[in-house]
Design a binder for this molecule. Structure first.
Ligand code: ATP
Ligand code: MG
Length: 387
């Protein structure tokens, strides 16, 4: 019914016409069955990569070593991945060996949760070998097969479990949850980047309270960067009420605020981008001054960090009134340095000597204007600068 699936049907039919099987698999199948919007459709096939390339005129080797070929059709790319099994997870994170197979069942068996192990043929037939449809109805995340083995193979799956709880509003099935609690220490073998990618999605999910509660209850947090002794802070984060967080920065800001870990240290430990660190830094400073921030803190926060700090404040205190703070921001004499009625060039043109003093004076003028102590007009600013 989704146009994304419909558009891919000719691809599926072409694969079948050549004598192979092809199915829609993965998150798009799960989300479509839940009535959610979908992003990319994943196609799994019994055809080997070389065979896919023989069927279609235009293909790109996007991930041929793990069996993925992109088929180009009318300007759209479709990722077709050969059925495969994985074996020998020596390091709790990556298979030593990926083997292409002809059996759909073998491919579905290696997937993490039953709701992620459904396959759909182009005619709409659902292949449900592990009870995924019942689990979709029950809104539960259940490991495919033995949960202990599955988390041993790949410890990231445990973080995916709590992420999906938040993203989908599902609950971990009890044996699956118990296996996460038991195997949580294996998370230490997973790269920070991969843990962070899941945690970020957990923070912005519709049911972050459930995801965070189990991140805590299973002990996963003990193996997450700088959070090992932050039970109290994460308990508060999990209890934070209010609407879904529009951006992960809200969660990071609250985490920094509640743990009292310096923002830069926290964000570095989680390998976050500099832009995110900067945003969270500004939002955290502002949050610390709410509900009556200085004009300078508001100005420094800027238009990007302001909503982050306000959402964080609302999460901590449901009756927090954001309107006066938002209004105070709107009333600032200037909202960016570019709006200052003077710059270094102008000062120099009026006889101010170039040098370090120039920067200091400009900063003082900026602060005075923001504080409302000086009018933002060039004559007043030149006079204040002593030229
Ligand atoms: P979303 O796209 O919303 O993040 P998804 O389920 O599609 O969710 P992907 O990471 O895109 O997640 O993976 C696609 C599919 O591949 C999953 O649905 C699952 O069947 C399988 N998969 C992904 N990662 C793992 C893993 N670590 N272990 C087992 N199977 C996995
Ligand atoms: Mg996906």
């Amino acid at each position: 019914s989704h146009p994304e699936f419909k558009a891919a049907i000719p691809i599926m039919k072409a694969i079948e016409a050549a004598g192979y099987e092809a199915y829609f698999v993965g998150g798009s199948v799960r989300d479509a069955l839940l009535g959610l919007p979908i992003h990319d459709v994943d196609i799994a096939s019994s055809a080997y990569p070389a065979e896919i390339k023989q069927i279609f005129q235009r293909t790109v080797d996007t991930g041929i070593q793990h069996g993925t070929v992109m088929v180009l059709d009318h300007g759209t790319g479709y990722e077709v991945t050969t059925f495969r099994t994985e074996s020998g997870y020596q390091d709790f994170r990556r298979p030593d060996q990926v083997t292409f197979v002809r059996s759909l069942a073998e491919d579905l068996k290696r997937r993490d949760f039953t709701v992620n192990a459904l396959a759909v043929r182009h005619d709409g037939t659902v292949i449900d070998l592990f009870g995924g449809l019942d689990d979709l109805t029950a809104k539960q995340l259940k490991a495919v097969g033995n949960p202990h083995e599955r988390f041993h193979e790949d410890a990231l799956r445990m973080m995916r479990g709590v992420r999906f709880e938040s993203q989908l509003g599902f609950q971990l099935e009890s044996a699956t949850k118990a296996a996460i609690a038991e195997n949580a220490p294996l998370l230490a073998h997973v790269s920070v980047e991969r843990i962070a990618a899941e945690f970020t999605r957990l923070l912005t999910g519709i049911a972050r309270q459930a995801g965070l509660t189990d991140f805590l209850a299973t002990g996963l947090y003990r193996y997450a960067p700088l959070l090992d002794d932050q039970e109290a802070a994460i308990t508060k984060l999990a209890a934070a009420s209010g609407p879904q967080w529009a951006e992960p920065a809200v969660g990071w800001t609250l985490l920094a605020h509640l743990t009292q870990v310096p923002v830069v240290a926290l964000m570095r430990a989680w390998k976050q981008a500099n832009a995110m660190t900067e945003l969270v830094k500004r939002a955290t400073v502002l949050l610390g001054q709410l509900p009556t921030p200085s004009a300078w803190a508001l100005y420094q926060a800027g238009a990007a960090a302001l909503p982050v700090a306000l959402a964080a404040a609302q999460a901590l205190q449901p009756d927090f009134d954001a309107a006066p703070v938002a209004q105070a921001y709107q009333m600032l004499p200037i909202q960016a340095k570019s709006a200052l009625a003077i710059d270094g060039k102008t000062l120099i043109a009026h006889g101010f000597a170039p040098g370090p003093k120039l920067g200091q004076v400009l900063n003082q003028l900026e602060q005075a204007v923001v504080a409302g102590e000086l009018a933002n007009d060039q004559a007043a600013l030149l006079k204040a600068a002593g030229v």
